[in-house]
Design a protein around this ligand. Structure first.
Ligand code: HEM
Length: 491
């Protein structure tokens, strides 16, 4: 009887499997012909290695939103993001929601990050941490005549993030400068290597990762968690350092480099430093003719979004509509088969299909699109964010923090944090006229790398090195395009 039942069951399994295969084939056909003639995933948005997008304006915005706000559930979007970010596991051993397919990890990580962000919202306290971080970084000028600008900003931002955001048990000055620099340098190198497919580069990841672990341990961040936060699922401090620091420092560097020579902006930063309030951050014309500090930060993030392209993996056979069709089918017919998709309904879904393509929402392209931002779209002009001229279409197209359910939860905190860090720096460093330290500029601005020729040094009236700027910033050669910076000239 038992044997008969087994034979019966296995015959039934074969029938079901054949049936499912046939359904699968016809659904593939239906879904691909449907997708090729209707909305589905946008094709005009720049896909990897397919060259420039032909879509512009509203159509490009729709394409990006179709990727970032798809029909699928949040759990499915988490999976789709994790698959496209797999390289970050290899490079950094991350275990956060950017790389994990688990919806539980997503919820736990987001809750922990929100907890940390809330605690870091005391702006006078955060400013104090930033001021101490600037002093700690300037202290290295006791041993050297100059500090490279990127190293300077990386160090300040890392100390501020560790003490003011992650609440490590230390003061900014007590954090060992060598290991601060080492952590910043190794993260940047590992980030670059994570994109490489060369076997030699891949082999170099492990020893560099080990060096990073050692330096983080020296800074009081062993790989097991941070006090005050329940780290049951997360073990690696980089889970927080990467999303927070790796984005922030570049926005600080570019915002400061674009505006440090503008008297009006520096004066606004001074007012903001004395009273770090939302009002002083958001108000235009605090000093006559100047943009708000928020506008400066947002203009940096418009032209140089730290996450220039946001990836999502979708199965090669043109889902997610297909996934949804199969999922609905499986739910409606109690088939005793295991199909390519295994979703428990609790959010612990996992797409087991073998082949994926990664689609990218091209944030940088949409934020520089001339049909949305005008012919001067690549000009650094914070005044374009003035409420009187900022259009609803521009509002929709300005998405440095992503969009939809997985949008950045630091979107409110991060811009203000950049402003506070800038205010602390501007108190000590300017373009060579009044402050004790001077920023000397290189030929062009960098991003993660490329800050050659930029450095900070003590001001000396006999210096032969002259900063290549005037008091109103006239000859600032902007990285993107020289030109109409007149709007941000201050008093
Ligand atoms: C200038 C600074 C920042 C930028 C430009 C930025 C950018 C982004 C972007 C584009 C996303 C969406 C990713 C996607 O859709 O796949 C994102 C998500 C996220 N960011 Fe940020 N971020 C910044 C700062 C921060 C900070 C300070 C934190 C604090 C921990 C943070 C935590 C997160 C988290 C937890 C998510 C995932 C949210 C979710 O899955 O629901 N970010 N960020």
């Amino acid at each position: 009887m038992l044997q008969l039942k087994n034979i019966y069951t296995s015959n039934l399994d074969v029938i079901w499997t054949l049936l499912a295969f046939a359904i699968g084939l016809s659904l593939t056909f239906i879904s691909s012909s449907y997708l090729s003639s209707s909305v589905g995933f946008p094709r005009g948005v720049r896909y990897p290695d397919t060259g420039e997008s032909t879509r512009r304006g509203k159509s490009a915005i729709d394409g990006i939103y179709a990727i970032l706000k798809p029909q699928s559930t949040i759990a499915e979007q988490v999976i789709s993001r994790a698959i496209s970010n797999a390289r970050l596991v290899r490079a950094f051993g991350l275990s956060n929601t950017f790389v994990k397919e688990s919806f539980d990890v997503h919820n736990a990580f987001v809750a922990q990050a929100k907890y940390l962000l809330k605690a870091a919202e005391n702006w006078p306290d955060f400013l104090e941490v930033c001021v101490e971080s600037v002093e700690a970084s300037l202290a290295s000028l006791r041993h050297a005549s100059t500090i490279p600008f990127d190293v300077f900003i990386q160090g300040i931002t890392l100390r501020a993030v560790l003490v003011g955001f992650l609440r490590v048990n230390a003061t900014p000055a007590s954090l060992d400068s060598y290991h601060i620099q080492k952590v910043a340098e190794l993260i940047t190198v590992l980030w670059g290597l994570s994109k490489s497919k060369s076997p030699a580069d891949i082999a170099s990841l492990q020893p560099l990762r080990e060096q990073l672990r050692v330096s983080l341990t020296h800074l009081g961040l062993p790989y097991r968690g941070i006090s005050g936060v329940d780290f049951e699922t997360l073990h690696n401090p980089l889970d927080f350092i990467i999303p927070a620091w790796e984005t922030l420092w570049r926005v600080v560097a570019l915002s400061f480099a674009h505006t440090y020579a503008y008297k009006g902006v520096i004066e606004s930063l001074e007012i903001f430093r004395d009273h770090p309030t939302k009002h002083n951050f958001q108000s235009f014309e605090i000093v006559k003719g100047t943009p708000s500090i928020e506008a400066v930060v947002m203009e940096t993030m418009r032209l140089f979004p730290p996450s220039g392209r946001i990836g999502r993996a979708i199965p090669q056979f043109e889902a997610p509509s297909f996934i949804q069709q199969v999922q609905n089918l499986i739910r409606s017919i109690p088939l005793p088969i295991s199909f390519a998709l295994n979703s428990t309904g609790t959010g612990e879904g996992r797409v087991t299909s073998t082949s994926f393509m990664v689609v990218k929402a091209d944030i940088e392209a949409i934020q520089r699109d001339t049909t949305i931002w005008g012919e001067n779209s690549t000009t650094y002009d914070p005044m374009r964010h003035h409420p009187k001229v900022f259009t609803p279409e521009q509002k929709k197209a300005l998405i440095p923090f992503g969009a939809g359910s997985l949008q950045c939860i630091g979107a409110k905190w991060a811009p203000m944090a950049v402003g506070v860090i800038m205010a602390a720096i501007a108190d000590r460093v300017d373009h060579g006229l009044t402050k004790e330290y001077v920023l000397v500029r290189g030929k062009k601005m960098g991003s993660r790398n490329g800050w050659d020729g930029w450095f900070v040094q003590r001001r000396n009236v006999d210096d032969t090195i002259q900063p290549a700027t005037t008091s109103n910033g006239d000859d600032l050669g902007l990285a993107v395009q020289q030109g109409s910076v007149t709007n941000i000239r201050g008093g």
